[in-house]
Design a protein around this ligand. Structure first.
Ligand code: NAD
Ligand code: UFG
Length: 338
């Protein structure tokens, strides 16, 4: 199939590009490089041995999207492009709504014009707000979201559901990611947040590498087994495979679906630290700090719907998540030293 990946040079998009290319799909990567690098297509080519078409552009540029969809006879789009930092969204909400909501509307208009009506959307477990029960399944109420980032994802999900109701030709899956971590086994690509990492795993990796002094553990008084926050960490390659399964699903089904991509297993912050120490052979210094506003005690998925509809489930272990992150971190450090 001919597939366009908006945000295809980013963390999850690039890993998904590998899986899709290896499955024989022809890909166009569309990205404005706001959080990615020109070097990515070359890295993807060296990993897969296949060429990648890259189009530099912003998803708010409806005309460029339209031309791209037509020029490459695109049949399906996976929409990764957007801004993703929860804390930042509180300080620049307009940028979040412009990129994430306006950007999606622009994409949908271009797809409608070009006659491409198959879409996989990068949503987030954030749409559930504070979990009312665990594990979180897809009938868990959405809403109660406390930040513009999460609200932008929820708005887009609702827009997509309305679109599907208005025109049954649309085929739409919203994938609600839990906590993506890890890297491709090559160590060539991974999660490389610019500046100060906001998420746990890249922060731990930089402490282990000696680039940051210590991790702050945000709270040890949660009602969890060791008092620290519990999350459903999922290997990015498992997540990538989930997208390939979603595209296969859409080939045979119309309508709108929201589907969790998680493992169903929660790990605490302290368990993550210990697992990373084992994987890297390095100590991870930490200190207990106050809770981070807006954080839940625990959040993990019920992944049954993905198994039933997509025939997908996560396969990779916590150790593989940590080892691949360390390999990527180590490679970046070595490259920086040369
Ligand atoms: P990322 O920042 O690594 O990738 C996003 C890519 O989109 C980047 O390459 C960036 O340059 C590009 N981009 C941003 N705005 C754009 C625009 N207006 N036009 C064109 N390109 C644009 O992020 P990621 O971790 O790969 O996340 C991908 C998607 O998954 C995002 O929509 C994010 O909200 C969602 N998501 C991520 C996580 C996570 O923890 N990483 C969790 C849940 C959901
Ligand atoms: N944590 C720390 N110290 C840190 C960073 C995080 O203790 O320096 C803790 C948090 O308090 C939380 C856990 O590690 O208990 C995970 O935090 P992350 O920031 O890595 O991830 P979140 O669960 O807060 O959010 C992530 C993404 C969101 C996404 C959500 C669900 O950042 O975009 O997962 O998919 F919506």
């Amino acid at each position: 199939m001919n597939i366009l990946l908006t945000g295809g040079l980013g963390y999850i998009g690039s890993h998904t590009a590998i899986v899709l290319a290896q499955a024989g799909h022809r890909l166009v990567l569309f990205d404005n490089l706001s959080n990615s690098s020109h070097a990515m297509p070359g890295k993807l080519e060296s990993i897969t041995g296949k060429p990648f078409v890259f189009v530099s552009g912003d998803v708010r540029d409806t005309e460029l999207l339209h031309q791209t969809l037509r020029a490459y006879s695109i049949e399906a789009v996976i929409h990764f492009a957007g801004l993703k930092v929860v804390g930042e969204s509180l300080t620049i909400p307009l940028e979040y709504y412009a990129n994430n909501v306006q950007g999606t509307i622009s994409l949908l208009q271009a797809m409608r014009e070009a006659g491409a009506r198959m879409l996989v959307f990068s949503s987030s477990a954030n749409v559930y707000g504070e979990p009312r029960y665990l594990p979180v399944d897809e009938v868990h109420p959405t809403g109660g979201v406390t930040n513009p980032y999460g609200r932008s994802k929820l708005h887009v999900e609702e827009i997509l559901a309305d679109l599907s109701r208005s025109d049954p030709d649309w085929r739409i899956v919203c994938l609600r990611y839990f906590n993506p971590v890890g890297a491709h086994e090559s160590g060539l690509i991974g999660d490389d947040p610019g500046g100060f990492p906001n998420n746990l795993m890249p922060y731990i990796a930089r402490v282990a590498a000696g680039q940051l002094k210590e991790l702050q553990v945000f709270g040890n008084d949660y009602p969890t087994p060791d008092g620290t926050g519990v999350r459903d960490f999922i290997h990015v390659m498992d997540l990538a495979e989930g997208h390939a399964c979603a595209v296969d699903y859409l080939s045979g089904n119309t309508g709108w679906q929201a589907i969790n991509l998680g493992t169903g297993q929660g790990y605490s912050v302290l368990e993550m630290i210990r697992a990373f120490e084992v994987a890297s052979g390095r100590p991870v210094a930490y200190r207990i700090a106050p809770r981070r506003p807006g954080d839940s005690a625990s959040c993990y998925a019920n992944p049954d719907k993905a198994k039933t509809l997509l025939n997908w489930s996560a396969r990779r272990s916590l150790a593989e998540m940590c080892v691949s992150t360390w390999k990527f971190q180590h490679g970046m450090r070595t490259a920086a030293a040369i």
